[in-house]
Design a protein around this ligand. Structure first.
Ligand code: ATP
Ligand code: MG
Length: 290
């Protein structure tokens, strides 16, 4: 389907806390990267199909991430491309949709005892390497059967959070998930950064304090901040775009939050280039428990 001449980076977008912007940031970032000429694939690993719906794709009746994970179909045969007339994906943004069949993954694994859950995405990622600049793995809340394989197969992790008390207090756990994955399953996994989104404008005193707290606590082993400098503002336009199945860049490309995502995409690629040049500094457990 495509030439395999790209240097593919696989990114897991995580945080076991629900509703902290994982899916929103994944699709907007892929959209902003497409404006920079990059081709991305989003794999929706959440059976509630957040990314699939937000991109206006059908949630059932299509080959989905279930068939990709189980090997029932070759990875490349599960992809919806931007050329598919029934779905209006942004240019250069492709999707492996999810479906409710993901609920059957447990049963499938029980019936196939030789398959190892944590390795389910390794072969599909090998098949896709070279076809994309970025493969984004959008994970569900909770450490489910699809989160573990995503942490094992990724090159980098991006965490998403919002400046509210519950989201901020869940960050220590999100960081320690990355440390555990590095130690136990995927030594090459590096944390690229933490996206802080849905920041109220003007910033309230509480949101200023929470963002400052994240700045202090989300640091690598050398004390460098892991938070992306670019923060994403809260805006109803983000939700309106999702309701009509478009990225904000498609729906209102002139919106200030669309510009924030463009700036974030630049920072994302700068950080990636920097970390690829030098071995990433692993997080320490002390940091994860800050
Ligand atoms: N910048 C923003 N401004 C306003 N609302 C936002 C913004 N970013 C995300 N949201 C909203 O916050 C909610 C949660 O976002 P999202 O679904 O992306 O989180 P999630 O972490 O993927 O959730 P889940 O864990 O359920 O998959 C959604 O309703 C989304 O529209
Ligand atoms: Mg989601």
């Amino acid at each position: 389907m495509f030439e395999r001449n790209r240097n593919t980076t696989v990114i897991v977008v995580g945080n076991q806390k629900g509703g902290v912007g994982k899916t929103t940031n994944t699709i907007q970032l892929a959209g902003a990267l497409s404006e920079r000429g990059r081709r991305s694939l989003i794999i929706d690993l959440d059976m509630t199909s957040g990314a699939t719906k937000a991109l206006g794709a059908p949630t059932d009746g299509w080959i989905s991430s279930f068939e990709l994970l189980t090997g029932a179909e070759n990875a490349e045969d599960t992809i919806i491309t931007h050329e598919e007339p029934e779905v209006r994906l942004p240019p250069q943004v492709h999707l492996v949709p999810s479906s409710r069949k993901l609920a059957e993954l447990d049963t499938f694994l029980a019936q196939n005892p030789w398959l190892i859950q944590q390795d389910l995405l390794l072969q599909p990622m090998e098949r896709l390497r070279g076809m994309y600049d970025y493969v984004f793995l959008d994970t569900p809340p909770q450490k489910t059967k699809t989160t573990i394989p995503a942490l094992k197969a990724a090159d980098f992790a991006v965490l998403s959070t919002m400046p509210d008390h519950l989201a901020v207090s869940a960050m220590a756990e999100a960081l320690s998930d990355i440390v555990a994955a590095q130690k136990q399953a995927n030594a090459k996994l590096a944390l690229l950064g933490v996206i802080v989104c849905a920041v109220p404008r003007p910033k309230t005193r509480l949101s200023r304090e929470l963002v400052a707290y994240l700045e202090r606590t989300c640091v690598d082993a050398q004390g460098q901040s892991l938070k992306f400098r670019t923060e994403i503002s809260r805006s109803v336009a983000v939700q309106e775009a999702q309701k009509v199945g478009q990225t904000l860049l498609q729906y209102r490309g002139d919106h200030p939050v669309a510009d924030e995502y463009r700036t974030l995409a630049r920072e994302f690629e700068e950080r990636l280039a920097f970390l690829k040049q030098r071995p990433p500094i692993l997080l320490t457990e002390e940091v994860a428990h800050a």
